[in-house]
Design a protein around this ligand. Structure first.
Ligand code: 3PG
Length: 352
């Protein structure tokens, strides 16, 4: 993968695929701007080197419709505050208004296109659409690791038409996650929780090929029922739970002690998915205890996934981890050794 550090960007129009898919509250206010802040080093690097920026992102899943509540308007405003420059915005992601705004852009200025998923050609990976987008730039930067598992036009289509580079965050994600699966210091212990059970089974089988132990959170363990995993000998299930509404909504004190013991012995730790139903305060004890144990262990620690990151950030614990991934599905796919189309498009798997 070529790095933007090696690109000549002075006076160039640079198309940057970002992932500003941030959580919004009922009124449409940004709840957490972690993903916006994470791309600032790349944007500042490009701006200070005299590039003109065209920023591309999706927000949520509008499925090809222009939906007001999924507009990037508020994100553009937050970017302006964070970057300290005016960020132009267009009502569409392609067309005459975009072309006109683009041609009036000067060095060190930025344009944020409207939600790319308002155009159904994005998810359909339409070649003409990708070609039209590519005309807005002289080079392309993928700074959206978290969407690299999607073969969409702005992820895999544009690189067919423009010299393409990895952004600083994308490089950092790949380096941190590779370290975990390629050469982890052992014992390597993984904690998997959360409630999206259907997406986790295959991940647990894949990660247990390299991990020494996989500790399962409560909701996940209950939902898996009696299902056996490929490396059952590496799986550690909760031994007690905190009941709520006829189910168990958190790991109990004995499980906390058991998990803490395994965490203490580990040299590499990966955590994806809260241990319990952390959106309700009374069920966050298990996740909190696990987070503390991870930080006290001194091991190389990586956390990822929207709910886990939100939990850690809510308790001001995120910055204490060795790496907090911006990726949800993309992180799991990468760690499960699946080929990510977005990385493939940058030549990552050919060693380019
Ligand atoms: C994410 O939130 O993980 C990324 O933004 C990808 O979003 P998606 O799952 O809607 O493709």
């Amino acid at each position: 993968m070529k790095s933007i550090r090696d690109a000549a960007v002075e006076g160039k129009r640079v198309l940057v695929r970002c992932d500003f898919n941030v959580p919004l509250d009922e009124q449409g206010n940004i709840e957490d701007d972690f993903r916006i802040r994470a791309v600032l080093p790349t944007l500042r690097f490009l701006l200070s080197n005299g590039a003109k920026l065209v920023l591309i992102s999706h927000l949520d899943e509008p499925n090809g419709e222009s939906l007001e509540r999924m507009s990037l308007g508020g994100i553009g405003k937050r970017l302006e505050q964070l970057l300290g420059i005016s960020v132009r915005q267009t009502a569409s992601c392609i067309g005459k208004e975009v072309d006109a705004t683009m041609s009036s852009l000067s060095k060190g200025e930025a344009l944020l296109l409207e939600n790319i998923r308002f155009c159904q050609e994005e998810e359909a990976n339409d070649t003409e659409f990708a070609k039209d987008l590519s005309r807005l730039g002289d080079l392309y930067v993928n700074e959206a690791f978290s969407v690299c598992h999607r073969a969409h036009a702005s992820v895999v289509g544009i690189p067919k038409f423009l010299p393409s580079y990895a952004g600083l965050l994308l490089e950092k994600e790949v380096a941190a996650l590779s370290k975990i699966i390629k050469d982890p210091e052992r014992p390597f212990t993984v904690l998997v929780g959360g409630s999206k059970v259907e997406t986790k089974g295959a991940f647990i089988d894949a990660i247990s090929e390299v991990a020494d132990l996989v500790l399962l959170g409560n909701l996940l363990s209950t939902a898996q029922g009696g299902k056996k995993f490929k490396h059952e000998e590496k799986i550690v299930r909760p031994v007690d739970g905190i009941p709520g509404n006829g189910q168990e909504f958190d790991i109990g004190p004995e499980t906390i002690a058991l998990f803490a013991k395994h965490i203490k012995e580990a040299k590499t730790l990966l955590w994806s998915g809260p241990m319990g139903k952390v959106e309700e305060k009374e069920y966050e004890e298990g996740s909190f205890a696990v987070a503390q144990a991870i930080l006290e262990s001194g091991a190389y620690s990586v956390a990822g996934g929207g709910d886990t990151v939100a939990f850690l950030r809510g308790h001001n614990l995120a910055e204490k981890f060795s790496h907090v991934s911006t990726g949800g599905g993309a992180m799991l796919a990468f760690l499960a050794n699946e080929k990510l189309p977005g990385l493939e498009a940058l030549g990552y798997y050919n060693g380019n």
